[in-house]
Every structure is written in structure tokens, then in C-alpha cells.
Design a binder for this molecule. Structure first.
Ligand SMILES: [Zn+2]
Length: 462
């Protein structure tokens, strides 16, 4: 049977996948409300600064080779745009950002400030998201391909890549994290008194979203249809594609840093690394194969044996406790189960969150996909017995990704890939297209699909 796949343009904001290693084009996403609008960066490549010079800049008080972590109130830099006229509300929102940044920086030790492009606005007006269900959305503003110790190049969020003090230094984009917050939501701010039944603690929402931007974000997703049909890592070879008739070079599906530690637990007792599935799926065609059109590539993939694997994986993505993050040195008893309860699969909520059944009433509540109305962050902490908003498992996830903490001051670090190690998928293939012109294709109707890692207002019952 022929499987026909369509292709929904999918904008996770993690889109700027441009090599800083080779002399290639870099992409900027200047408008946080319209992340699909890209422009070619005028500068791209390696900075000329030496590591010593950089250290002198980042750790002003640092001596010699010692790099000190930043003070909590210096660790996050928020470029805050307030899209509502209520100035007092804007001030309260801005203060909540600062407070959330400090909470994170008191847990992880940052040596380079994390820059956040934060927009607080009416989602209905700005994003045409009018049902009020999405409270916030965020992702990395740029990702950097780095070489992991298993010889796989994965996309690292810029916020994390900056902490590694790579030498030579990649050319960074202006922001590490892009985040949107819905000013139309019924929000509670510190100092407001008693939280109302339907209110959401804004600081809690910010914290949740910043954690996504720091790297709690899988590339495994449902990219090819409105319906859940196939789970794959990021098809970066479709970046910049505007028509199904365009020729395309298959350069492989690509994982994020997070995916290195993801395991599939369908077979109880013997978790399988998701990277093994990536390798299998990537073998459907030889890397570098030129297809006459995107549709031809999708048809070939749909007919392949490897497609059956991705079809099974999308079922796993809707089956409780079938996918997990395995923190470094964690035993099988310490897997952090991910969100695979949602059926149908929900882009933005499935997988890139912690399992709601396990963690909703647990000290690791922060990264479940829905927020808790009527409870302040402090009240949730009290109710779950947590000591800090970043629970022990979430902390172990961040440490595993490469963030330093007091308990784990020397985390794992990936390295800069050499030219030969950068697969073609990190090199943009297409010349700039004029994004402003609306080409009348079957895909344009999907151009405004804005899929991010979100936190939602409603609760599902299971
Ligand atoms: Zn989320």
C-alpha cells in the first residue's frame, strides 16, 4: 500500500541549524512572533577571539584559568517586550522574569549569561491563538551542531553551547532563548495576595518555558501529517522548502542534545537508545541522495521498511511509559519517563515533557505539560513536598545535558566537530527564498502553524 505523506511546515524555533564550523550560511529569526521568517545572517563562522580573551570577558573577577559562575542576578539577560498597554502589568511580568532567572541560576552554574528574547503579549492578536489554552511557549533561538562522544553530531541549544567555552568560539546568534507568554491568560504575580481559582502563577510558567529553552526539548516529533503517522527526528533537509515539487537532497534526520539520552522502553527491562532508531530511519536512503522532488522523497520514505519503524514509534509516543530520559549514570530504576500519555499525539506537548502521571504530584512537577490553576509555585512545592522548583530529576537532566551544578561541577562536554564530521545536514542547502512572496502551493496554508514547546492551561483526565 502506498503511504501518501504530506508535509506540514513545522516551526519549533529550533530552526536555525547552521554550521558555525564550516563557512556556511547562518540564519536569523528576527521576529519572535514569526519565527518562520528567516533572513541570512550577515556574519557567520568562528569568532576570532581567543578563549583567554573570552574568559576575561565572561568572568570579570576571574583569575588566570579559573572561570567563575555568574551571580544569580547576572546569569539571565531578558530582552523584554511588553505588548499590552497596562504598564503595571508589564512591570510585574518583568519582575517575574528576573525572579525565575535567579531560581534557575541558583541551581545551575552559568559562566556565560543566557539571553532571552521574552515577549509578553496577547496571543489572540499576535499569534491567532484565541482559545486561551496556551499560556506560554519557548524554545532555543539558535542551535549549534556539536560532536558528542558517541561520534554523533547533535544540535545543542545555544544557551548550553555557550557554557562550554568552546575554542574557537562559534559565532552566536543574538538570543539564546525565544519565549512568548500570553498576556490574555489569567495570571497571578507575586504580591497579588491570594491566588484565584483559575489563575496561573506566572513565575511558574516562565520557569517551565526557560527549561525548554535550556534544552529540555527533543527533536522527535510528528512532522509529516496532521495525523500522528510517523515519529522521526528533525527533517532538517526540508528546511527552507516551500513546495513539494522542489528537488531535495536527503541529508538525514537530526537529533537534539536531549535525544542522546532518550531511550525507548517498549520492551520492558531492555531499553533501547532512540539514537539506534535514528540510525535505522536514516538508512532508508543513502545520505546525500538527491530526490527529484520532496514528494518523491516522502513517497520513498513512506514505502520503506524504515517507515514502519517510525510508525511504531509514533504509537510508542502515545503509549504510557514507553519513552524516557536516562540521566548519566542512572540505573533503569531512575529513568525519567516522558510524556507519552497523550492520544492523539500532540505536537508541543508530547515527548518533550515529563510524564504527567508520574510527576504531576511529585517534586519534579515543573516540566509536565499542563500548568496548575489556583496554586502558587510555593503552594505546589508544599503540596508535592518539593524543596525547590527544579526537582532532583530535572536537575539530573540538566546536569546530564552539560550544565554544571555545585554537586556536579565538571559536566560532560561535547566538542566542536571538524569540517569532515559535520554532515551535510548542517550546511544549508537552499539559497534564500523570498519569504514575503506567497507562493500558491498546497503548503502555504500550513505556514502559520506555530508549534513550540508549550505549557497549557487545561487538565486532562486519564
Ligand atoms: Zn512545556
Amino acid at each position: 500500500m502506498k503511504t501518501s505523506l504530506s508535509f506540514i511546515l513545522f516551526f519549533l524555533l529550533t530552526i536555525s541549524i547552521d554550521s558555525i564550523i564550516v563557512d556556511a550560511t547562518c540564519w536569523e529569526h528576527p521576529n519572535p512572533i514569526k519565527p518562520f521568517e528567516k533572513k541570512i545572517s550577515s556574519i557567520c563562522g568562528l569568532q576570532k577571539k581567543t578563549k583567554d580573551k573570552l574568559k576575561a570577558e565572561v568572568g570579570k573577577e576571574s583569575q588566570k584559568d579559573e572561570v567563575h559562575s555568574l551571580a544569580a542576578n547576572e546569569a539571565f539577560k531578558f530582552d523584554f517586550s511588553c505588548g499590552v498597554p497596562d504598564k503595571a502589568l508589564c512591570t510585574k511580568a518583568e519582575n517575574a522574569f528576573k525572579s525565575a532567572g535567579e531560581i534557575i541560576a541558583n541551581v545551575i552554574n552559568l559562566v556565560t549569561p543566557v539571553t532571552v528574547n521574552a515577549t509578553f503579549t496577547d496571543f489572540c492578536k499576535a499569534l491567532n491563538e484565541c482559545d486561551g489554552s496556551i499560556l506560554g511557549a519557548a524554545s532555543a533561538a539558535r542551535s549549534i551542531p556539536l560532536l558528542d562522544d558517541d561520534k554523533v553530531v547533535r544540535q545543542y541549544p545555544q544557551a548550553l553551547a555557550k557554557q562550554f567555552l568552546l575554542d574557537p568560539t562559534p559565532q552566536w546568534g543574538p538570543f539564546d532563548i525565544q519565549a512568548f507568554f500570553n498576556a490574555q491568560a489569567d495570571l497571578f504575580f507575586k504580591g497579588d495576595g491570594v491566588i484565584k481559582k483559575n489563575q496561573f502563577d506566572f513565575e511558574y510558567i516562565i520557569l517551565h518555558e526557560l527549561i525548554h529553552g535550556l534544552g529540555f526539548a527533543s527533536a522527535w516529533n510528528n512532522y509529516f501529517s496532521e495525523q500522528p503517522v510517523a515519529l522521526t527526528p528533525d527533517p532538517n533537509f526540508l528546511e527552507m522548502i516551500t513546495e513539494l515539487s522542489q528537488p531535495v537532497k536527503f541529508t538525514g534526520f537530526e537529533e537534539n542534545a536531549f535525544d542522546k539520552y532518550m531511550v525507548n522502553t517498549r520492551v520492558k527491562g531492555t531499553p533501547k537508545r532512540m539514537t539506534e532508531f535514528t540510525n535505522e530511519i536514516n538508512s532508508f536512503a543513502e545520505i546525500g541522495t538527491d530526490f527529484p522532488s520532496v514528494q518523491a522523497l516522502l513517497n520513498a520514505f513512506g514505502d520503506s521498511r524504515q517507515f514502519q519503524t517510525s510508525s511504531q514509534l509514533i504509537l510508542d509516543g502515545q503509549t504510557p511509559k514507553t519513552m524516557a530520559f536516562q540521566p548519566r549514570n542512572a540505573s533503569l530504576n531512575d529513568l525519567v519517563f516522558l510524556e507519552t500519555n497523550l492520544k492523539p499525539f500532540r505536537i508541543g506537548s508530547s515527548i518533550s515533557h515529563m510524564d504527567i502521571k508520574t510527576f504531576d504530584n511529585d517534586p519534579d512537577f515543573l516540566e509536565v505539560f499542563n500548568a496548575k490553576p489556583g496554586q502558587t509555585l510555593d503552594q505546589v512545592l508544599k503540596a508535592t513536598g518539593g524543596k525547590a522548583p527544579i526537582g532532583p530529576k530535572l536537575k539530573s537532566v540538566l546536569e546530564t545535558l552539560g550544565y554544571a551544578t555545585n554537586e556536579n561541577p565538571n559536566p560532560y562536554r561535547p566538542t566542536l566537530p571538524s569540517d569532515s564530521q559535520v554532515t551535510p545536514s548542517q550546511i544549508p542547502i537552499w539559497k534564500s527564498t523570498n519569504n514575503q512572496s506567497s507562493s500558491a502551493t498546497s503548503l502555504t496554508s500550513s505556514f502559520n502553524v506555530l508549534s513550540l514547546f508549550v505549557i497549557v492551561a487545561f487538565t486532562l483526565s486519564f
